[in-house]
Write a protein that binds this ligand. Structure first.
Ligand SMILES: [Fe+2]
Ligand SMILES: [Fe+2]
Length: 271
């Protein structure tokens, strides 16, 4: 079974890259399931319903979010009727939407996707480890899911690696999102779970994490806000991780980083 995860889609450049390239990638590599983090797809802040549908139409089976989940106010309402749009599972119980989804692929595989928000260098939030543990216990690998993907959205790579070891052997993949910078630590852990501390973004890397450099640089230099962040509009690099799992165990047999297009070096070697 082949799965593809793509990191934070940033603005129009990111959306265009997904729309232009994802259908071809699904056809070429035969991905059974595609998960895309969409928390920055709408002008860098949140995800409108129209842009959510655009990602789904391009081939995303599940779209995940993060700390920007509700930056677009309409997400508060439409998320309730979209079972394939996930906000972090460890948000307050009152938050609309859900943090996990079990989908069935075209080939009949059951894939559980979980989205969680970290706590290191992030705002206060409920324990992500226990929240994800409970979701996995309610739908265990092999028994009720052929693959499980955890999108752990946080700042610190150590926290994501912690989640990887915490879930090793119990899920197919733990992948980080949020920093927008792809890490080179993709690997398979001791008990067979794939891990990558950050998938990287689907956005224009001729930028500061997807934003035109002027205003973030100004804030670093002066500490004073002089305007809004503007998503960079050059050609995006599609970033993420591709994996193959054994449907009998749900564990990883093959794993590769994905970096396609734009200014970052290409990566999807012999997958
Ligand atoms: Fe992000
Ligand atoms: Fe984020």
């Amino acid at each position: 079974m082949r799965l593809l995860f793509l990191g934070d889609v940033v603005g129009r450049a990111g959306r265009d890259a997904v729309t232009d390239r994802l259908p071809g990638l699904i056809a070429e590599y035969g991905f059974d399931c595609v998960v895309v983090n969409g928390e920055n797809a709408s002008h860098g802040r949140g995800l409108t319903e129209q842009h959510f549908q655009g990602l789904r139409d391009a081939g995303a089976d599940v779209v995940t979010l993060g700390d920007h989940a509700f930056d677009q106010r309409d997400t508060l309402t439409y998320i309730g009727r979209e079972p394939t749009l996930l906000r972090p599972i460890n948000m307050a119980p009152e938050a609309p939407g859900r943090g996990a989804a079990l989908i069935e692929t075209r080939g009949g595989y059951r894939v559980l996707v979980i989205n969680a928000l970290g706590r290191v260098f992030m705002g206060p939030i409920d324990d992500p480890f226990r929240a994800v543990e409970a979701a996995v216990a309610a739908c265990p690998l092999v028994e009720q899911a052929d693959a499980i993907i955890v999108d752990f959205h946080t700042e610190a790579t150590s926290e994501i690696q912690g989640m990887g070891f915490f879930l090793d052997g119990k899920v197919s993949l733990v992948v980080g999102t949020h920093t927008h910078i792809p890490t080179a630590d993709y690997r398979v852990l001791r008990a067979g779970t794939g891990l990558m501390a950050d998938a990287g973004m689907c956005g224009d890397f001729d930028s500061i994490i997807g934003v035109e450099p002027d205003e973030p640089l100004n804030r670093f230099l002066t500490g004073i806000s002089q305007g809004r962040f503007t998503p960079s509009e050059g050609e995006a690099t599609l970033c993420g991780v591709a994996l193959e799992t054994d449907p009998k165990t749900g564990l990883v047999t093959k794993l590769s980083p994905v970096r396609i297009g734009g200014v970052l070096a290409q990566a999807l070697p012999q997958f």
